[in-house]
Write a protein that binds this ligand. Sequence first.
Ligand code: ASP
Length: 421
Amino acid sequence: MKKLALHWQIIIGMVLGVLFGLLFLNFEWGKAFVLNWIKPFGTIFINSLKLIAVPLILASLIKGISDLKDLSKLSSMGGITIATYIFTTMMAVTIGLVAVNIIEPGNYIAEETREQLVNAYSSNANEKIDVANSQKNLGPLQPLVDMVPSNFFNAASNNRNMLQVIFFAIIFGISMILIPPKKSLPIKNFFDSLNDVILKIIDLIMLCAPYGVFALLAAIIVESPSMDLFKALGLYSITVLFGLILLICIYLIIVRIFIGKSPSYFLNGISPAQLLAFSTSSSAATLPVTMERVKDHLDVDEEVSSFVLPIGATINMDGSALYQAVAAVFIAQAFGLDLSLAAQLGIVTTATLASIGSAAVPGAGMVMLIIVLSQAGIPEIGLALIFAVDRPLDMCRTVVNVTGDATVSMFVNKIVTKKRT
Ligand code: ASP
């Protein structure tokens, strides 16, 4: 019998997980059963993906850079990558702002509902505000300082420090190019084979993906708040989703026009990574699969994918940026504040920076949203308004984050290969 393609297996796992969660909600003991006996398998699955993230970045970036042979290629690839990432992020914020100004979801929230939501979630919102404040008080150059680790092992011991690991890997790879090839050969062979071993581990983990996403979605269903809250925030969620779908369409157009590949080719290649992004809400956890799909199914050179994607997973979050723009204006509308054009242009800058600063883990976009709110003079407690729907929107914006990284990697690949010929 022909084996079902991986993305179908994952979709079936997701659908069954949702049905299972809904079914078990009908029993008094159902929620506890899912949380005690099903959710742990989802957690194990995410942990195994996260486990592989730091070794993967190290091995693939060092291998990728040391394969380059000369540094001019690295600097031109780096320049194109960063410029494209910033461009797509600003485009995402702009789309979000236009959508939220046209639809105006905040004007439909009744005073009473607003008070209810703020009361229900204010303690959670306060926690996030504390986290964001501790980041905000650190001065403008802090992100730069944070990029350089003072101890490699400390950096590698926390997935939130991926940018530090990337920094180390880039310096390491560059230094390998700068010493005589005979001397760098043993270490190069080591990282080449480490890379192969890690790719094999990813294959093995992906065999469990359908079961992992089943467990994750069943747990999300039993843990989600009541339907009424979702309804109150329906139009806001629709605005974010509309923007995200528009962004995906733009990626498809870029793939068609600039890269010359069909949208179905792109979607077939990247869909397992998208489904995983949806189930895990984490671009960092999805990174191993994104890298494998882009390299093996979208024909991007390993040299490019191993450089562009780890950086993208940490700094390029188009979906999160769009969400931050919509959420900020939505909260302002709900509180009856009128945002001037200048304030909205300010949001383009802060949401771009905030999305770059967001860690690639669940909920990070919401923490950084506080910085956007405070810069624009919008009450931070407004976060409590959107808490109830954050998780489902996080799942969707993570899909866009991953799709954006894949699109840019194909774009950079096209330019780099064109230059070579
Ligand atoms: N969960 C998102 C990601 O990992 C970040 C966010 O919360 O917006 O890509």
